[in-house]
Design a protein around this ligand. Structure first.
Ligand SMILES: [Zn+2]
Length: 167
């Protein structure tokens, strides 16, 4: 059964400078199910609360791991190192997120609800971090003329069969 990681009071968590670490099996990241070629590993995360020098409550989330994804050029598997390091500023539920905060690249503002679901937050950040079209630094696209991929000796039979069934 997946364990839950919940922060009852995110503001207290930040004010007291608490931290939380854990690991999530890749198999439990349901929104990445279509992207991951290998779901046997896990990702590690650490979440640390802090008060900024401006006395604003923040949380730093770091996630590391290695994901197996499909290269969109050669279509084979590739290892993609996951490295997320984000600083969130906590905003009370219902409070408007200040516009000047949004312009700051230094951190993201998040609405911090009681019983904050850490695993959902981690999954959100991984989904945002995973590239839409990952590619090896160097590789070649499979050649459609069959130069790279040998044609199976059964391929011509397959074609015959398809012709037969089409008639
Ligand atoms: Zn490739």
């Amino acid at each position: 059964m997946p364990q839950r990681s919940v922060i009852p009071d995110p503001f207290k968590f930040a004010a007291e400078g608490r931290s939380l670490t854990g690991a999530i099996p890749l198999a439990e990241l349901s929104r990445l199910a279509d992207v991951l070629l290998d779901k046997s590993g896990e990702v590690q995360f650490s979440l640390a609360g802090e008060m900024g020098i401006d006395r604003k409550p923040r949380m730093r989330l770091a996630i590391t791991g290695e994901l197996r994804v499909r290269c969109q050029r050669c279509l084979s598997s590739m290892a993609w190192p996951l490295g997320v390091d984000v600083l969130f500023e906590l905003v009370r539920p219902g409070q408007p997120i200040p516009e000047d905060e949004l312009e700051e690249d230094e951190f993201d503002a998040i609405e911090a609800t009681p019983d904050m679901d850490v695993r959902a937050l981690v999954e959100d950040e991984i989904v945002l971090a995973v590239p839409i079209a990952p590619r090896h630094e160097e590789c070649e696209a499979p050649r459609p003329d069959g130069g790279a991929v040998k044609e199976s000796p059964f391929a011509s039979l397959e074609k015959l069969r398809k012709t037969d069934s089409a008639e």
